[in-house]
Design a protein around this ligand. Sequence first.
Ligand code: UD1
Length: 433
Amino acid sequence: MEYFEIMGNTRLGGEIDVHGAKNSVLPLLAGCVLVKGECVLHNCPRLSDVDFTIKILRHLGAEVKREGSTICVNTATLNRYDIPEALMREMRSSIIFLGALSGRLKKAKLFLPGGCEIGLRPIDLHIKALGELGYGICFDGRDIKSEFISKKSDNIALAFPSVGATENLILSSVLLEGNTRIINAAREPEIVDLCDFLVSAGAKISGAGNTVIEIEGARELHSVEHTVIPDRILASTLMSASAITSGEIRLNKVRLSHLLPVFPVFEEAGCRLYADKASLTIKPPKRLRRVRLIETRPYPGFPTDSQATACAMLSVAGGTSLIHETIFENRQKHVRELNRFGADIAVHDNYAVINGVKSLHGASASCTDLRGGAAVVLAALKAEGKSSIYSINHIDRGYECFENQLSILGADVKRINNEKESEKQTKPENQRF
Ligand code: UD1
């Protein structure tokens, strides 16, 4: 078991490349199942969720090779349509194999996925959508079985623009005869990236990035080479790290248009942003200003994945800020951990009320989930003195060697591997809810 030891109160500085997007690479790897030839994916980050996805692909019979940030997947040898429960439970995005296997083999057998505990995270929209498309779906709350019967409807409307349900619908319909229209589709850049990959492989998809996606069934998909888009959530995490430590940094290899939804929050907090082609420089003020209200929304709204790190940053802003989490029911667990550093944050009905304090002190704290974990690390970067951050396995799911990235920017973060130390319980001091 490992933990981070962080000596805080250092100002970040310098520049760094932003790695490929976790939320893109996982559906892209699942999407390889649809392609009979070889898929070469560049800019794949080294994440534990990527490792789990590769395990699933190999279990299904695919050949997977990895060299640096390039992953080659060949599913010509695919010989299974089932995924065991242990592999499904490792991460939420394993549910995307429902669409991928159904699309390629016309049947799938898997289980309810695991993942970050940030809310109920039902899969009713996925099940209903595939059922409307023409798949016979059996779901008893644990086992999921899917088998294509015959095309039922050409127009599938989602009650909510779920990212995962949109991805499953795309994957399960690109090889179906006839046309399919997804109405109220998710518009996230990761959806566009998945569609770009599939179109390069011969799929006929239009409208990705809009609320209506049109798909004309293709007979088969061919070999493809694709570069994963930059991780906009990593970029916003590093922007918050810059802001909380009052240190100017430059982020390279970003897609500026994907970051537009977070710019207003940083500007309201007093940060100056300088964009230059694929780079972004963030120049924070000495003391951040409060942000009146952040409300998380589906893209192009403020991302739910960026609210925890924004919360950490605003814990030291002048005045009271408000964050309203509207996507997930239980995504404020990091607040209790942030308060261990001396932050003054309370949660009421999915609103985080953040009373900015002047400084934070070192503490022992735990990562509650992936993005909440990043928020806790940010608090430790700002805190005076030493902090120990536990349960960092959550962070490894979505940030490639986070400690190295922060060290490049001048932070003092060490990964400690100490069996006994990491079992130390964090004290429930300073709890606000
Ligand atoms: C994806 C992202 C995750 C991000 C989220 C929202 C990946 C691997 N994960 O997750 O990082 O936080 O989008 O941008 O890309 N819902 C239902 N029924 C369903 C499906 C979803 O009620 O069948 C609800 C969820 O409980 C949640 C909301 O819809 O409240 C959004 O979920 P969704 O967009 O599906 O998120 P994920 O695809 O799980």
